[in-house]
Design a binder for this molecule. Structure first.
Ligand SMILES: [Zn+2]
Length: 366
């Protein structure tokens, strides 16, 4: 495993290489920049390549692909992984990926972008929220995955091996899934097990210009391991990593897609991978330190009090659950003072499901 570059070292590399063009000067001679290798294919400096990484059929599920585009910049710089479509019914990141295909110019790029255009093709094509249509697994809970596993596990393994372990920095793009409302936020991974990466992750998260910022603190190995998400896989591999959530309810509004594209544009300037001054950072940030997730204890028809971001006090009503005969079975209240960031839109809810996620306000910037 390659050691992660410290934020300081990354900054120094970016400062040194910008403007050096396609070659690196060694002993007075300009050496051509080496091709970037991905899944056995070489991509020349200044070029883009669209690569379908194959996932062969297993005993119980069909073959699929992970469609990836590599933009190997003419100049040297970090390797940035952008992953879209881990949840195939979350459309804004997938549509933003389509726009980025023509917006990222490898001739002007310093560094390399690995864009996973659609991590979970089967879920997208079958229009299935949360899980894979064949093995019913949630791709974002099975990392690092395995080469001889089910389709979901094999996709996870491809993303771990070919994307996360080949990159220096990672951005995971999500939306509220079907029947899930959401106010946009950036989740930045820090804590004891990601402390060395936190400063870099923070720069990446703030680059998207969102008001709500959550710090996820990874303090124990059990946290990183249990139901491991792609972000947690990046933590396990020592990479700075950020979760960006924009869009809701399985919708594909242009405003959601535009916000993701604009965020990536700005991120490339923040990282000095593209020329130009970054946008000024916003002054009205809301910082949250972890979250609380009140859950339903009965299955039935869920009616939320509201489906927008808002401040709540401990004890405030979040929503009710009725049975199919219309009798109220549960009143779910907030366990904390905080800010409701996303939740189920309803009407279905199952016992044990979180109905909202509430950000715990931090005392100041983290
Ligand atoms: Zn998602």
């Amino acid at each position: 495993m390659r050691l992660p570059l410290s934020p300081l070292a990354l900054g120094a590399v970016a400062a040194l290489v910008v403007g050096m063009g396609p070659g690196v000067r060694v002993n007075g001679h300009v050496q051509p920049r080496a091709p970037f290798m991905l899944a056995g294919q070489g991509v020349s400096a200044g070029q883009r390549a669209d690569i379908d990484i194959p996932v062969p059929a297993g005993p119980a599920d069909p073959a699929t692909i992970v469609p990836v585009t590599v933009f190997h910049g003419a100049g040297a710089g970090p390797v940035l992984a952008l992953t879209a479509g881990v949840h195939g019914y979350e459309f804004p990141p997938i549509l933003a990926g389509q726009q980025l295909l023509t917006r990222i110019d490898p001739g002007r790029l310093a560094g390399t972008v690995i864009l996973v255009r659609l991590a979970h093709v089967a879920a997208f094509e079958h229009r299935v929220p949360y899980v894979n249509p064949f093995d019913r697994r949630n791709l974002n809970r099975v990392f690092p995955g395995k080469a001889d596993g089910t389709q979901t596990e094999h996709i996870a393994w491809v993303l771990t091996r070919e994307v996360i372990r080949r990159s220096d920095l990672h951005v995971e793009l999500h939306s509220g899934d079907g029947a899930e409302w959401l106010e946009a936020f950036a989740g930045i991974y820090g804590g004891r097990l990601a402390a060395a990466q936190y400063a870099r992750s923070r720069d990446i998260g703030l680059a998207f210009g969102l008001q709500n910022i959550v710090k996820y603190s990874m303090e124990t190995q059990a946290q990183v391991d249990s139901g491991r998400s792609l972000n947690r896989q990046a933590v396990a591999d020592g990479k700075p990593t950020v979760l960006i959530e924009i869009g809701e309810n399985g919708r594909r509004d242009a405003s959601f897609v535009d916000a993701i594209v604009k965020g990536v544009d700005n991120l490339l300037r923040v990282l000095k991978m593209m020329p130009g001054a970054p946008d000024p950072s916003r002054a009205d940030l809301r910082w949250f330190e972890g979250t609380a997730d009140p859950t339903a204890t009965v299955t039935g028809i869920y009616t939320p009090v509201a489906t927008t971001g808002r401040t709540v006090r401990k004890g405030d009503l979040i929503g009710t659950v009725t049975d199919y005969a219309g009798r109220e079975r549960e009143r779910i209240v907030s366990p904390v003072d905080g800010y409701v960031m996303y939740g189920l839109t309803g009407p279905p809810v199952r016992a044990g499901e979180a109905v909202v996620t509430i950000g715990i306000p931090a005392k100041g910037p983290l």
